[in-house]
Design a protein around this ligand. Structure first.
Ligand SMILES: C[S@@+](CC[C@H](N)C(=O)[O-])C[C@H]1O[C@@H](n2cnc3c(N)ncnc32)[C@H](O)[C@@H]1O
Length: 277
């Protein structure tokens, strides 16, 4: 069965790819996601006519926003390594007349020459890559000197969920975090940006809050994580039923709460002159 934490790395290899699309569309509809996304667009320092790269474009909504920002003289190149996601993105953009090209490629090996984009952006995709440094190095390689690289990624070590059952809650949140290829990407970003030679780094944390259990479950797979904990022998069925029933009680009395932090990190590619100084 599809598990978002571990299966976004290979959407086409699953038998229920529409579930991934639905999950992305749901997140795109949330106010908190809209807010952080717009901060990332600002940090790309886009000018009309710019050529920009979107990595892990998913259903293509952010590519559409970027295309509107760079205008008809600009260009957006949107990459994903899922053909199913690209089909979805193509279907939702085909009649819009926007300058977007969708390309099937792995973020860790981009099929582009050096220094051809004014900016590159990645949104909640590095968490699904076991070696995110290589994807960031690729983004830095293809951006022109003076251009910007922007990443926004969660850090699942910041995931908190209100419960009276502290040890079990800790175990379940760790299970979710450790099911990602890189569940700690949020805290690694600053170091990785430095390692690939980006300068003028800025880090902006944004807090995402869910107070509706059903909504949180659709995005964060709470019930599924609980069942996985039983399957793996981490805990027992009665303990999990007890944990889930507490969450249901909180939900019914409008007391459910969970939250995590996403980190927006931006960095500038040095010009040749400043590299030498
Ligand atoms: C959580 S989704 C985010 C999609 C989009 N950025 C958004 O904000 O809606 C992650 C996306 O990254 C893609 N992806 C995962 N690993 C990838 C890789 N190594 N190279 C390119 N795309 C990848 C997935 O197919 C998926 O579309």
């Amino acid at each position: 069965m599809t598990y978002f934490a571990s299966d976004f790395k290979n959407v086409d290899g699953t038998d229920s790819s529409q579930k991934f699309v639905q999950c992305l569309k749901l997140q795109q509809s949330l106010e908190s996601y809209y807010r952080y996304k717009h901060k990332t667009f600002e940090q790309m320092h886009l000018m009309s006519g710019a050529s920009v790269l979107e990595i892990g474009c998913g259903t293509g909504e952010d590519a559409i926003t970027l295309a509107k920002l760079v205008g008809t003289k600009g260009k957006v190149t949107a990459v994903d390594h899922s053909q199913m996601m690209l089909n979805q993105a193509l279907a939702s953009t085909e009649n819009l007349g926007l300058p977007i090209e969708f390309i099937l490629a792995d973020a860790q090996q981009l099929p582009f020459a050096d220094q051809i984009f004014e900016a590159a952006r990645v949104d909640r995709t590095l968490q699904h890559i076991a070696n995110p440094q290589s994807a960031l190095a690729e983004m830095a390689r293809v951006v022109r000197p003076g251009g910007w690289v922007v990443a926004i990624e969660p850090d699942w070590g910041t995931f908190v969920l209100d419960s009276e059952q502290r040890p079990l809650t800790r175990q379940l949140l760790n299970l979710w975090c450790d099911s990602f290829p890189c569940g700690w990407i949020g805290r690694h970003l600053f170091r990785y940006f430095r390692q690939v030679g980006l300068s003028d780094l800025q880090v902006n944390p944004e807090t995402i809050v869910f107070t509706e259990f059903e909504l949180a479950d659709q995005v964060l797979s709470l019930v599924q994580t609980a069942h996985k904990a039983v399957e793996s022998g981490m805990t027992s069925q009665p303990e999990i039923e007890n944990w889930l029933s507490e969450l249901q009680q909180f939900a019914q009395s409008q007391q459910f709460f969970c939250s995590f932090i996403v980190f927006i990190v931006s960095g500038k590619k040095l010009s040749i002159a400043s590299q030498g100084s």
